[in-house]
Design a binder for this molecule. Structure first.
Ligand code: UCC
Length: 556
């Protein structure tokens, strides 16, 4: 008998997901859960089958053909089979619509993001344009521009594949990604119509039927406040580009199925979304929505990696028994599971808040909380997904390092989570921006105390204690850092954000564990919470402020 290794297998990704199902049972009304479960089960099956299918067929990537055989510039983009399948699927399952329809009231966003979480890994990053479309929908609603609302939203929110459109988000230029102030794309009003001229350096999902773009109106001053937000439909009904040239598709580390392009705008017709300035403020709703999608996508990556490593552990026999029966393998998986489970509860709590805010049922402190937790969830889950993907690669060993196993792709793809939609440092700084606007940590600490007050079980006391100790240390650090020079607060920004994210997540996980114990006699969330509490929550130390000498580049 030749020695063979058994490939890890995925079963229905909804039915098999203890964490998601337990969470939904706690937060959703029973009738609503009953109504949406068939759909979740369908997507769970699709996700499992897509994994198997991807292992058996040739990998494909989008292809750009710039010139046709007769010499005409065509810039035609061929999509991958998964992307072609994704468009009707996304429409039918209402991956955007579910988040905006009134049917499930404040629970709409939990419903939508449960669908997104199940679909993401099977979608080959079709979730990227979906995220941008959701963001554009939210930004257009906030703009109050009725003409554009009437024009675009029936498409963005359609459940009919024939009507459904996706929308891009064109911000990044050669001169800047994190900082959009140097934006060079110019907007000129010609014969009563705005036209855009310039170069966009990263345009994700260039096949989208619409896009939002930042540009500087002619004659406007320098800086980001003078940028305006525009809506475009980049192609004519016959598919030709409207004064847009696709220079090339990007050659990326991961997300290779996603057609990300470098483009030239040479008088592309566009429409102003709001006033001809303060475009960053107008596009901010897109950023916050896509950052939430980012956190949910990162979570989906973690869940996929753990599912594969767990299944592999049942199949792979080493030193005479399956890996899954060996203490160190079990401990490795338990550590990954605890981190993921805490991140899950933080991220889905953000989706709960978003649903409440969107329905006008959130008070001021809940609105502040959403603003504060969104960058924290994006920052922490992005980094964690890379760490968990790397660990899963190692769990599966040599074969996990081979392309055909599909695991290296998970690791390469994971690296996008901490980068796009604002890298980790941008999130840490955005959190501080939000902290200033929200008048400090109060909303966060008050909510954390309320959540913790629901944790009574003695076996969860170590979790509650860890949260209280971390909260005290953070408040102390923040007080000292805020009293000093600005660079101290900024230099500790990442650690502050990670520490707060992890501490809040532990409070949420412990609350869920309390419910699971009482309502379902399930000790597993409690085990995850205690394990997570053993991991380091905080790296900040009250006396650990960085001074200017430590930060100077010649000191390291
Ligand atoms: O990466 C990209 C690819 C997209 C694909 C995504 C998909 C996700 C997939 C998920 C799949 C599952 S597109 C590029 C993304 N680029 C970024 O994310 C930009 C990163 N940089 C930033 O976020 C910066 O912080 C900037 C650009 C927002 C900084 O701009 P400013 O103008 O220098 O900053 P200001 O002056 O502080 O902010 C201007 C205004 C202020 O409001 P007002 O004028 O009322 O005072 C801010 O409070 O904008 C407001 N603002 C915000 N409001 C800024 N950020 C926010 C925010 N996050 N929320 C609310």
């Amino acid at each position: 008998m030749p020695f063979l290794q058994a490939a890890p297998v995925l079963s229905n990704q909804y039915l098999d997901d203890r964490v998601l199902r337990s969470y939904l049972r706690r937060v959703l009304p029973r009738t609503m859960l009953g109504a949406i479960e068939p759909d979740l089960t369908d997507l769970g099956e699709y996700a499992a089958n897509a994994w198997t299918l991807a292992r058996t067929r040739e990998r494909s990537e989008p292809k750009l053909t710039q010139w046709d055989v007769w010499g005409e510039r065509v810039d035609r983009i061929e999509l991958t089979p998964a992307w072609i399948a994704a468009q009707p699927l996304a429409a039918r399952h209402g991956l955007i619509a579910a988040g905006h329809e009134a049917t499930h009231g404040t629970h709409a966003r939990v419903h939508q993001f449960a669908l997104v979480y199940l679909f993401h890994c099977a979608s080959e990053f079709y979730t990227c344009p979906l995220a941008m479309t959701d963001g554009a929908t939210t930004a257009l609603k906030a703009s109050g521009n009725q003409r554009l609302i009437d024009r675009a939203l029936p498409h963005f929110l359609s459940r009919d594949p024939e009507q459904f459109w996706i929308c891009g988000q064109w911000m990044t230029e050669n001169a800047g990604g994190s900082d959009v102030a140097p934006t060079e794309t110019a907007a000129r009003e010609e014969n009563g119509r705005w036209r855009l001229y310039g170069r966009k350096w990263f345009t994700s999902a260039i096949n989208a039927q619409a896009a939002l773009a930042l540009a500087r109106p002619a004659g406007a001053p320098a800086g980001s406040d003078a940028l305006a937000l525009f809506y475009l439909e980049p192609r004519k009904p016959d598919g030709r580009w409207r004064n847009i040239v696709i220079d090339r598709l990007k050659d990326k580390l991961g997300t290779r199925e996603l057609p990300t392009a470098e483009i030239h705008l040479d008088g592309a017709p566009a429409e102003l979304v709001g006033e001809p300035k303060f475009g960053v403020r107008q596009i901010a709703p897109v950023l916050n929505i896509t950052r939430t999608w980012n956190a949910v996508g990162a979570l989906a990556t973690m869940r996929r990696c753990i599912a594969l490593a767990r299944d592999f552990g049942n199949r792979r026999v080493v030193f005479g028994k399956p890996l899954a029966e060996q203490a160190l393998y079990q401990d490795t998986l338990a550590g990954m599971q605890a981190e993921y489970e805490a991140a899950f509860h933080l991220t889905f709590f953000v989706t709960e808040l978003l649903g409440r805010v969107q329905c006008g049922q959130a008070d001021e402190s809940q609105q502040n909380l959403l603003r504060l937790l969104t960058p924290l969830a994006k920052l922490w889950t992005g980094k964690l997904a890379v760490a968990i993907a790397s660990e899963a690669c190692e769990c599966i060993g040599g074969v996990g390092y081979l392309e055909d196993s599909g695991i290296p792709q998970l690791l390469r793809d994971a690296q996008v989570w901490p980068i796009w939609e604002g890298a980790s440092n941008v999130q840490a700084l955005d959190f501080q921006r939000a902290l200033r606007a929200a008048g400090g940590l109060q909303s966060l600490l008050t909510a954390q105390r309320t959540i913790l007050s629901q944790v009574q079980a003695s076996e969860l006391e170590p979790c509650a204690r860890a949260v209280r100790m971390a909260a005290t240390a953070i408040a102390e650090w923040l007080q000292k850092a805020s009293a000093g020079e600005r660079h101290r607060l900024e230099a500790g920004g990442r650690e502050l954000a990670f520490g707060l994210a992890r501490t809040f997540a532990l409070a949420l996980l412990a609350r869920h564990a309390e419910w699971a114990l009482r309502a379902e006699n399930d000790p597993r969330p409690g085990a995850a919470a205690r394990r997570f509490a053993e991991h380091r929550l905080l790296r900040l130390k009250p006396d650990g402020l960085r001074d200017a000498t430590m930060l100077a580049s010649d000191s390291y």
